[in-house]
Design a protein around this ligand. Structure first.
Ligand code: ATP
Ligand code: MG
Length: 442
């Protein structure tokens, strides 16, 4: 009880200024308009590809990520926000990614019972990383997941979908890298060769690589330490260990991308950060964002569903970092038109407010965007200051709700964009009709 009660003295001392959590950003206007614009584009595009929206909780049982992503991964080893629920002791984690949650939900609700599913999500993810440009502790992803289909045609569809999104956003400077991780038994043969290679260069490995040498050597290929570049580049390549079926899957995917004119490079060292991948893996990368250049990454995860307790079924998907993508949009795409209301409502007197607000609501109900002038609490402010605000709002028209005009059933319409400020009277009864004509002109 007592800890919830404000201290008696708190009213006397000046409260200290609170700031947000490091690495977790506020998204403010006008930037938030870019986010809304982007989200609209995503929804439209997903509908065209017949992908359906899924929304899973931000908090999941910690075991889901440990089991799903793999214990020896960057995320599970050092990036998760994990905590015990104070009330019942449950071990919980803020989701660092959404694939595991989607798979959990699909299994829990038996969604594959009537066949495969194409799903997408958008939302915040949490990773305790060192904040820097393009790397935050709360960041946002769009993801697309296709579950229940094993053929390379869905790998192709997903890659084409991501590429269509970039095109839709006006981005051209994003390249595609592709690799195949094969199947677990093929990885095992490669693993032995990889360990032998790394053991020959023990002196060059960092602490992390040494620790992972016998637990998860493939992960060493995903290192961000430039000192390991040479060892990694000379390492045996997984592609050389793939059997016929894996190669056939890879080649079929390539043929479909080729037929669609989608260029890619094969990067034999592309392994991705999570354990759950097999066969196809890919990343979309830009050179315009410095070292945080991967905007989208994904691949096949045919064993994950079984891993979290479901009936074995193939799956493939990608996740895309919205902050990084929108940074690119800001740099490379056409500037977006600033958000402006259609109408700024100028209200000279407090006494006019009830009727003015009624008319304003009528306009809004028929789809006109109206910004209402708001006073300081002591009157509405001078006409001069109201006109200044109206200009600054970018509105096309000012509506002046003067007491005299309104008494005779009228309101003044002033054009704010033509420079002359042409002004005329409009019947209040007809204002909704006038608004319709206004709408058809923009
Ligand atoms: P990186 O190698 O940059 O750490 P990752 O392999 O950990 O990326 P994924 O788990 O594949 O990233 O997530 C998919 C995408 O989400 C990334 O390509 C990136 O665009 C974005 N992303 C990942 N982590 C962050 C972060 N901390 N802040 C902002 N965006 C991120
Ligand atoms: Mg990472």
């Amino acid at each position: 009880m007592s800890e919830n009660k404000p201290a008696a003295s708190s009213q006397l001392t000046k409260p200290t200024k609170l700031v947000g959590v490091k690495g977790m950003n506020d998204i403010l206007p006008p930037d938030s308009a870019r986010w809304e614009w982007f989200e609209d584009k995503v929804r439209q595009l997903m509908a065209r590809y017949a992908y359906r929206n899924i929304r899973t909780p931000i908090v999941e049982p910690t075991a889901l990520f440990v089991r799903g992503l793999g214990e020896v991964t960057d995320i599970v080893e050092k990036e998760m926000y994990s905590f015990d629920d104070r009330l019942n002791g449950e071990a919980l984690t803020l989701r660092p990614e959404c694939t595991a949650g989607v798979v959990r939900a699909v299994v829990e609700h038996n969604l594959l019972y009537e066949g495969g599913k194409r799903l997408y999500y958008m939302g915040p993810m949490f990773r305790h990383e060192r904040p820097q440009r393009g790397r935050y502790r709360q960041f946002h992803q769009v993801g697309a997941e296709v579950l229940g289909f094993g053929g390379p045609e869905v790998d192709a569809e997903l890659i084409l979908l991501a590429s269509a999104l970039f095109k839709e956003l006006g981005l051209t400077d994003i390249r595609l890298e592709l690799n195949s991780l094969g199947q677990p038994n093929e990885r095992l043969a490669h693993r032995a060769a990889l360990i032998a290679h790394l053991e020959q260069h023990l002196d060059l490995l960092d602490e992390e690589a040494k620790r992972r040498l016998h637990t998860n050597p493939l992960r060493i290929l995903d290192t961000k330490n430039p000192a390991l570049k040479e060892v990694v580049e000379s390492a045996p390549q997984l592609l050389d260990f793939l059997g016929e079926a894996s190669m056939a899957h890879f080649n079929a995917l390539r043929a479909m991308l080729d037929a669609n004119g989608l260029a890619y490079t094969i990067n034999p060292r592309l392994v991705r950060g999570m354990d759950y991948y097999n066969l196809t893996v890919f990343e979309f990368i830009t050179d315009s964002l410095g070292s945080q250049g991967t905007v989208c990454g994904g691949g096949r995860y045919d064993y994950l569903i079984e891993q979290v307790g479901g009936k074995s079924a193939p799956a493939v998907g990608w996740g895309l970092g919205i902050e990084r993508l929108l940074e690119l949009v800001k740099e490379q795409s056409e500037p977006m038109a600033a958000l402006a209301p259609d109408v700024y409502a100028i209200i000279p007197d407090v006494a006019s407010l009830p009727l003015a607000l009624q008319v304003i609501e009528t306009l809004r109900a028929v789809g006109v965007a109206v910004q209402m002038h708001a006073g300081s609490g002591e009157g509405m402010g001078s006409m001069k200051s109201q006109f200044k605000k109206a200009d600054a709002s970018g509105a096309t028209f000012g509506l002046i709700f003067g007491a005299d005009e309104m008494a005779s059933g009228q309101v003044t319409v002033k054009s704010l964009r033509d420079g002359v400020g042409a002004q005329r009277l409009q019947d209040l009864a007809l204002v909704a009709d006038w608004a319709h004509t206004l709408q058809s002109t923009h």
